[in-house]
Ligand binder design. Structure first.
Ligand SMILES: [Zn+2]
Length: 219
């Protein structure tokens, strides 16, 4: 399955990178981040999220890294947008009702079909602005430093991520790195920060993820 569903829009990143691209000498490599794809992300209103159970803290600085997770949900073969929304609800219900958190712990979720949903309220607006992010609940010791991106599914027992999910994860990470000025080397997995199997095989794929994100940013 091709990931066009989340890749409909392109934009020129404003600011120094865009200016550098505009003045680049013809025939030279494009400036980094000049043409990073802005993925379509379904915000909390689009998937009908419940209201947060309390106040979400907005951190007025940029995160310094990305931490990848898996949600240990069923490895659904339903690759629809509706399933992505159902998965977003499943995660939010778990985090609100079982964990007692203020909202979904992750900032963003990537479905097995390649649809991106906003997790914690405010994450999308903050990412689009590129100067702030909201305090998450996803990785002990990293919640005020890292963007938490969770992949639908369970990948600790041999399951292989669908191509659509992989491609959109690369796109989302490239966009987040561009917006926040995060080096691709600063994409990590949950198990780098604690005793967990999360994010399963995605952890083994981190070197490839960093490489493909770096390539997306300099294409
Ligand atoms: Zn995790």
């Amino acid at each position: 399955m091709q990931p066009e569903n989340a890749l409909r829009r392109r934009l020129l990143i404003a600011g120094a990178a865009g200016l550098a691209a505009a003045t680049a000498v013809p025939g030279t490599a494009h400036a980094r981040d000049a043409d990073v794809v802005e993925p379509d992300i379904d915000g909390t209103a689009a998937w009908g999220a419940r209201s947060p159970q309390g106040t979400i803290s907005v951190l007025r600085y940029r995160p310094s890294r990305i931490v990848i997770h898996h949600t240990v949900s069923t490895n659904s073969t339903d690759f629809s947008r509706a399933q992505a929304h159902a998965h977003a609800h499943w995660v939010q219900d778990l985090h609100l009702d079982k964990n007692g958190w203020v909202d979904t712990g992750y900032h963003f979720l990537v479905s097995r079909g390649g649809w991106i949903t906003e997790g914690r309220h405010g994450s999308l607006r903050a990412l689009t602005g590129g100067t702030a992010f909201v305090l998450g609940s996803h990785t002990s010791g990293q919640n005020d430093q890292a963007v938490g991106i969770a992949c639908e599914g369970a990948y600790h027992a041999g399951a292989v991520p669908p191509d659509a999910q992989w491609e959109v994860l690369v796109t989302l990470c490239a966009y987040a790195c561009a917006q926040y000025g995060i080096p691709s080397a600063q994409i990590h997995g949950h198990k780098d920060y604690g005793s967990t199997l999360c994010p399963g095989v995605y952890h083994d794929m981190l070197p490839r993820l960093r490489d493909e994100v770096a390539a997306a940013r300099s294409a």
